[in-house]
Design a binder for this molecule. Structure first.
Ligand code: AP5
Length: 213
């Protein structure tokens, strides 16, 4: 199964991707996580990406396209993958289609999470993430058992530097301009499935599973 999760920052793509990964045994590929790791390790990729991410802008297409092209050819993607945060521009979507065609593969579904602006802002300003295992929490709706500590691996939780109000607004604007047009792109290809992204994480997960089963 090959899936794309689409939706604005805070829509729940990462949360649902991790649950899908566990249930179906196919890897989540999050360009955001890959880039954050590179920034954290101060690699050449991280050095290139850091300023864009800090400003809430997209990292240039050619960088992320190369990343994904390599990633989806790896052995662990042989039975499928869940793309979380890619593609984010029409150019990225076209390059992905070309690569999959070369591999004689296709996308099974593009799941678009629709969540209103107020809810997105609340979710992002309260989000806490584990830098070590990537688990996600929220101050109010999904608090860890011990404040500031990951339930799963015991590492410290942190707030993403781009989860401040000013950068969140920029990211949402970039989403509207650059990424939202992908809905039409995939609607025309016949594989867009839209979900009302409000409701508990488990409720949304049941809906996602129903869409892909
Ligand atoms: P990325 O890491 O992809 O961030 P994003 O798209 O902005 O999405 P988020 O991770 O913020 O949100 P999400 O939808 O995953 O929500 P989550 O599940 O965490 O990208 C970061 C940056 O990297 C970009 O700005 C860009 O610079 C760069 N980048 C990445 N990919 C790129 C690409 N392809 N091209 C160019 N640049 C790229 O949930 C959010 C919070 O809400 C959590 O606290 C969670 O617990 C909570 N929550 C989730 N679901 C629910 C629910 N149903 N009810 C209540 N709370 C919920």
């Amino acid at each position: 199964m090959r899936l794309i999760l689409l939706g604005p920052p805070g829509a729940g793509k990462g949360t649902q991707a991790k649950m899908l990964e566990e249930k179906f045994g196919i890897p989540q590929i999050s360009t955001g996580d890959i880039l954050r790791k590179a920034v954290g390790n101060d690699t050449p990729l991280g050095k290139k990406a850091k300023a864009y991410m800090g400003d809430g802008q997209l990292v240039p297409d050619e960088i992320v396209i190369e990343l994904i092209k390599e990633k989806i050819k790896e052995d662990d993607c042989a039975c499928g993958f869940i793309l979380d945060g890619f593609p984010r521009t029409i150019v990225q979507a076209e390059k992905l289609s070309e690569t999959l065609e070369e591999m004689k593969l296709d996308i099974d579904a593009v799941i678009d999470f629709e969540v209103d602006l107020n809810e997105l802002t609340v979710r992002l300003t309260g989000r806490r993430s584990c830098l070590d295992c990537g688990a996600m929490f929220h101050d109010e709706t999904r608090p860890p058992r011990k404040r500031g500590v990951c339930d799963h691996c015991g590492h410290e939780l942190y707030q993403r530097p781009d989860d401040n109000k000013e950068t969140i607004l920029k990211r949402l604007e970039v989403y509207d301009n650059e990424t939202a047009p992908l809905k039409d792109y995939y609607r025309k290809r016949g594989n867009l499935k839209t979900l009302e992204g409000r409701g508990s994480v488990d409720e949304i997960f049941s809906q996602v599973c129903a869409l892909v089963s």
